[in-house]
Design a protein around this ligand. Structure first.
Ligand SMILES: Cc1cc2nc3c(=O)[nH]c(=O)nc-3n(C[C@H](O)[C@H](O)[C@H](O)COP(=O)(O)O)c2cc1C
Length: 415
């Protein structure tokens, strides 16, 4: 980032305080930072703090005789390598999407030909509102890039998507975007065989609590699901990745929802509908312990080992494959088996009501869990294909290209 010039626009949201830290971190990395503070932004952070941290007078007025002596609003964008809007409020996104230029920030944004990265931050209802959904799509078409928002607790006391991405995530996104070879930042302007499709992917293990410190889980690494999410994005889809706990880096440009238990995963999957394609790679625990202990279960001399009663977890694949009103056009399950892989997969296809099953051998000899490659069989209602050993990315690409072709067949048949 050394020597790069960032124009940071700070909008009027609670998350504006994080942008002060963003200024510091950018400067630490050798970037120069100019800041435009919206009128509402100045309700959350003071022009003085911004000036001191950025080392540059804050820009907050469009009609500023001094600034405009050299057409300052055009000059601001001309000097920048990248414009970052953080926090991008719902209001700011709406004005950007409509091409409104009624203050310094929006005028600069309309007058620029530089790349623009937004970090949305807002209450979950604002984020999920149809108007904001429309604006996100519009901005995508206009080539605006986006980082976050994340899901989590909000200042307003609610929980859900809408929290501004954390400063390190925004820094990552900025770094990728100003490097010439940038390819993986969330380019919302997507092209490819899955353009305009929403792909839902589940990945990783679930964790079923026993007590506050112990849980039941499995060895799923999440690599296959993450590869599918990343390739679906590269093929042009809007992607929602619902992930159990993994050590993997979240793929850029993908809407990531983190969960722990099977029940949370199911709730998140249903909420993410409608989707055109749903792919269930997560290794969901079949059972959970009935009634999690509120306190750590203690070992004591003479005390017998604890007995756990297990209850069945919800069947996420089956419930989405049989969803009454929002069943995705293509529902694909993954079957992880340690023996009789194909026979069990055939039975699973029927039992769950999904369209395709990708079966893989997760026996210790198969060595799939955590590995970089996978050897799978693709089962549809009438066909069985056995693919050679491929990298998990290649499995993802082959599967998604097949899915894209299948979907365009379905769409044509419906027309
Ligand atoms: C306490 C408070 C917090 C707010 N937080 C947000 C927020 O996080 N995201 C958002 O989109 N709007 C938020 N708003 C509303 C915006 O400040 C308002 O829509 C404003 O017009 C945005 O102006 P701007 O887009 O020019 O910065 C908040 C308002 C208040 C009073």
């Amino acid at each position: 980032m050394n020597g790069k010039r960032i124009l940071l626009i700070i909008g009027g949201g609670i998350a504006a305080f994080k942008s002060l830290d963003l200024i510091r971190r950018l400067k630490e990395r050798g970037a120069s930072v100019s800041v435009v503070l919206t009128k509402s932004g100045a309700e959350f952070v003071t022009p003085l703090s911004v000036t001191v941290l950025s080392g540059d007078a804050v820009h907050d007025e469009l009609f500023n005789p001094l600034g405009e002596a050299d057409i300052g609003h055009i000059e601001l964008s001309r000097q920048a390598d990248l414009i970052v809007v953080a926090p991008a409020t719902a209001n700011m996104m709406a004005r950007m999407a409509s091409g409104i230029a009624d203050d310094l920030a929006t005028t600069v944004l309309l007058a620029t030909d530089k790349p623009v990265l937004i970090a949305p931050a807002m209450n979950v209802r604002m984020w999920e509102h149809a108007a904001t959904r429309r604006n996100v799509k519009r901005l995508a078409k206009d080539g605006i890039k986006m980082v976050g928002p994340n899901e989590g607790d909000m200042a307003c006391g609610e929980f859900g998507p809408g929290r501004m991405a954390e400063v390190p995530e925004i820094l990552d996104a900025i770094e990728q975007n100003i490097s010439a070879e940038n390819s993986n930042l969330v380019s919302l302007d997507r092209k490819g065989p899955l353009q305009g499709r929403h792909v839902l992917v589940t990945a990783g293990p679930t964790r079923e609590p026993i007590d506050p410190v112990r849980y039941i889980s499995n060895h799923s690494s999440g690599k296959q699901g993450y590869a599918i999410a990343a390739i679906a994005r590269d093929l042009g889809a809007e992607v929602t990745l619902i992930t159990g706990p993994t050590n993997l880096k979240r793929p850029d440009g993908v809407w990531v929802i983190e969960v722990e238990t099977a029940r949370e995963m199911k709730r998140a999957a249903v909420k993410a509908l409608p989707a055109d394609i749903a792919i269930f790679t997560a290794a969901v625990a079949d059972w959970r312990v009935k009634g999690k202990a509120g306190k750590k279960i203690k070992k004591a001399k003479g005390k017998s080992t604890p007995d756990f009663e297990l209850v069945e977890n919800p069947d996420i694949l089956k419930s989405i494959a049989n969803h009454k009103s929002k069943r995705p056009d293509l529902v694909i399950g993954f079957a992880a088996e340690t023996n009789n892989v194909v026979e069990y997969a055939k039975a699973k296809l029927k039992r769950k009501g999904c369209d395709w099953i990708v079966a893989n051998d997760v026996s210790e000899e198969g060595g799939v869990m955590g590995a970089e490659t996978n050897t799978v069989h693709l089962l549809t209602a009438n066909t069985l294909e056995s693919w050679p050993e491929l990298s998990k990315s290649d499995v993802a690409e082959r599967l998604l290209r097949r899915a894209a072709a299948e979907l365009s067949g379905i769409t044509q048949a419906a027309e």
